[in-house]
Ligand binder design. Structure first.
Ligand code: ATP
Length: 212
């Protein structure tokens, strides 16, 4: 991801959003898009979009907009869309099962390749086309996997994280309420759904959006 090191992190975070929308436009046969149109669809103000896109070397022309094909080509390269990233899911409970059924490949080349659980009733099953292995076999099975989704109970999170680190995993999407400790070179994104929901409700009550 050479290009990504040159663009600001905030811009990089918006890339998948832009990518998804532009992909849909291409499917609809559209060859260009204005920053206004983009802005309304992805809910990012058009000044930010123009600044973001200038990092991609895409300077929209007045009255023309942006070339969809060019942008998609750039995003594909930057987001490594040409290369599949293999992901493992640990903990096939309610949330984990939902992720296995969710088709991540709709928009990009990320794929959950295997899942692990400690429950013998779940081991050996195939859910959403993904095989479920016993957690005891983690080290043996996980070799080419790069990232993991953690959907185990919070109390299990740290122990499993350490085993994942030992196996060379460098990215974790942590859905458990536990804050996990990892070495500096490992990236963790923490998504606590209960906290997110609570936070949404708090903001709705205390910071209602004003309609202009
Ligand atoms: P369910 O109702 O299917 O148990 P849940 O999401 O309410 O789902 P949790 O207790 O959060 O259940 O556990 C999530 C999943 O993690 C379960 O499938 C459980 O078997 C699994 N699990 C628990 N401990 C471990 C572990 N040490 N290693 C791997 N998987 C584990």
């Amino acid at each position: 991801m050479a290009a990504q090191s040159k663009i600001p992190q905030a811009t990089a975070k918006r890339l998948p959003l832009y990518y998804r929308f532009l992909n849909n436009l291409q499917v609809q046969g559209k060859s260009r898009v204005s920053s206004k149109e983009l802005s309304e669809a992805v809910k990012v103000d058009s000044a930010t979009i123009r600044r973001d896109f200038s990092y991609f070397g895409a300077l929209g022309k007045k009255g023309y907009g942006y070339n969809v094909e060019y942008l998609l080509g750039f995003f594909r390269k930057t987001l490594d869309q040409d290369e599949t990233t293999y992901v493992a899911l640990i903990g096939v409970g309610n949330l984990g099962t939902a992720f296995l059924h969710y088709n991540f490949t709709k928009n990009n080349n990320t794929r959950i390749e295997m899942a692990f659980d400690a429950d013998p009733n779940k081991v050996g099953q195939e859910i959403g086309g993904v095989p479920v292995y016993h957690i005891d076999d983690l080290e043996e099975r996980i070799n080419h996997v790069q990232a993991a989704i953690l959907t185990v109970p919070g109390a299990e999170a740290q122990t499993i994280t350490e085993r994942l680190m030992e196996s060379g995993i460098t990215g974790i999407l942590n859905f458990t309420p536990a804050r996990i400790t990892v070495p500096e070179e490992v990236r963790v994104h923490h998504i606590d759904l209960a906290v997110e929901l609570q936070s949404l409700i708090y903001f709705m009550k205390h910071y209602p959006l004003e309609i202009e």
